[in-house]
Design a protein around this ligand. Structure first.
Ligand SMILES: Cc1cc2nc3c(=O)[nH]c(=O)nc-3n(C[C@H](O)[C@H](O)[C@H](O)COP(=O)(O)OP(=O)(O)OC[C@H]3O[C@@H](n4cnc5c(N)ncnc54)[C@H](O)[C@@H]3O)c2cc1C
Length: 408
């Protein structure tokens, strides 16, 4: 079976590259084993959150960082394409690359962010809040959102907080089994007429507040329910992130996948790429677990298999490896250098990943594979936690790879 481009891994990186390529007329296949980091999405994408000015922070990153390889000018140009890219799919974000804004974590900690989904609360300052009084509402019995942390964080910034909970027979049914009381299952109940009933209940609990804050538990398959809530709730209404799973993250994953397929892309979910056939410094074809007799051939390939979390790279007693093609990895051979004893220090293993040349082409046995581009968190040279750059690296290197394939 022949494609223009085959993409291995269908998380944020693989889907962004795939969508950009199918929009430009390419015949694309994405093979993806399963869940991606989007299922744990915070509501915000990070470009580089070490300073308020992300571009200034990017200028001081190590030479091996993917942004340093791209160059500041290219990073800025690629970053400017991201909001319109998602808006075309109906996913609207606030923020831009000229200055980071602030967001709140599920535990009430303030963090810098680049782009945040429209429905989430964002802040211009870490310390000054836009409200005098807010209502923090939880779903009765929902354990993945802790109003006490949120309230304490807001009160420490001088905001008066009224905490209340929302109840309904739909939620009571989920509570019969604690494992069912997850954000994704709650969101499946917040549909149809119940959205209006919930908005009415919220309006009864605003208690003279300037805004309502709620866990992100609506809008699993699209934004319609969230838009309806915003329309019906009489004071400004914002989501805060929950502990995983992330309902809006799964929505992004599903909407990207659906859009890719609508544009003619082929997405094989639940299958894994197991091996590749290389000839003359090129990858010619791949095979998958479920289609072991079929060779999927292409002119170009993109590796978007994620980091340790998604098994894009794996660690064993003997070292760190890229498991599909046996590509070269940048990793310390001495295990004692993989980690710092203080778990809050920057962990060296976070920078391990597939080695690439200056064009982000994978290296195998020291030589670049000229038609195999590496994108996203499987790349080496950056620490997504320390540099606060996870989604930025994923999206920008993916758009860059698509441009390279199209010779743009
Ligand atoms: C838990 C977690 C939460 C994060 N939250 C945020 C956040 O809120 N904001 C932010 O800016 N950054 C966040 N990040 C950083 C994150 O790395 C990026 O945002 C981004 O989503 C990574 O996308 P990716 O596509 O490169 O990798 P992944 O999302 O890991 O996707 C890789 C995909 O490849 C598939 N795969 C792996 N091997 C194979 C194979 N052999 N064959 C086929 N498919 C394969 C996997 O199943 C997976 O679906 C988070 C990272 C983690 C680990």
């Amino acid at each position: 079976m022949r494609f223009d481009t085959v993409i291995i891994g269908g998380g944020l990186s693989g889907l962004v590259a795939g969508i950009d390529l199918v929009r430009k007329g390419q015949k694309c296949l994405i093979v993806s084993s399963g869940q991606s980091a989007l299922h744990f999405f915070s509501g915000s994408f990070e470009l580089c959150n070490k300073e308020n000015d992300p571009m200034k922070a990017i200028a001081s990153l190590d030479a091996c960082h993917p942004y340093s390889k791209l160059g500041a000018e290219r990073v800025e140009a690629l970053a400017a394409r991201v909001k319109p890219f998602f808006a075309e799919l109906g996913l609207n974000f606030k923020g831009d690359a000229s200055a980071n804004h602030w967001r709140m974590t599920p535990l009430g900690v303030m963090k810098r962010a680049w782009l945040t989904l429209d429905e989430y609360a964002t802040f211009e300052s870490e310390t000054e809040m836009p409200w005098k009084k807010v209502s923090v509402l939880n779903i009765d019995g929902f354990l993945d959102f802790h109003t006490s942390y949120i309230a304490a964080a807001l009160e420490a910034k001088g905001v008066e907080v009224a905490v209340a909970s929302l109840s309904a027979p739909q939620f009571d049914k989920l509570r019969e089994s604690p494992t069912e009381m997850r954000s994704t299952n709650i969101s499946k109940t917040i549909i149809g007429e119940f959205v209006d009933a919930l908005a009415e209940q919220i309006n009864g609990k605003t208690d003279g507040s300037d805004a309502v804050l709620m866990p992100a538990v609506a809008g699993l398959t699209g934004t319609a329910e969230v838009e309806r809530l915003k329309e019906l709730v009489k004071v400004p209404f914002h989501f805060l992130p929950t502990l995983p799973p992330s309902t809006p993250g799964i929505r992004i994953q599903m909407m990207l996948k659906k859009y890719f397929q609508q544009q003619g892309g082929v997405y094989m979910l639940g299958d894994s790429v197991t091996e590749g056939r290389f000839e003359d410094g090129k990858l010619k074809s791949i095979k998958t677990l479920n289609n072991e007799d079929t060779e999927f051939e292409a002119d170009n390939f993109i590796l978007a298999t994620g980091s340790f979390f998604s098994k894009g790279i794996v660690a064993s007693q003997n070292g760190v490896a890229e498991p599909v093609f046996g590509l070269d990895v940048d990793a310390d051979s001495d295990r004692t250098n993989w980690y710092q004893r203080n778990m809050f220090d920057a962990q060296p293993y976070m920078t391990f990943g597939v080695a690439t040349d200056e064009e982000f082409r994978a290296k195998k046995d020291g030589r670049p594979v000229v038609n195999l581009y590496v994108v996203g968190s499987v790349l080496s040279g950056f620490n997504a936690i320390k540099d606060g750059c996870g989604a930025g690296v994923s999206i920008l290197t993916s758009l860059n790879a698509a441009d390279q394939i199209m010779n743009l």
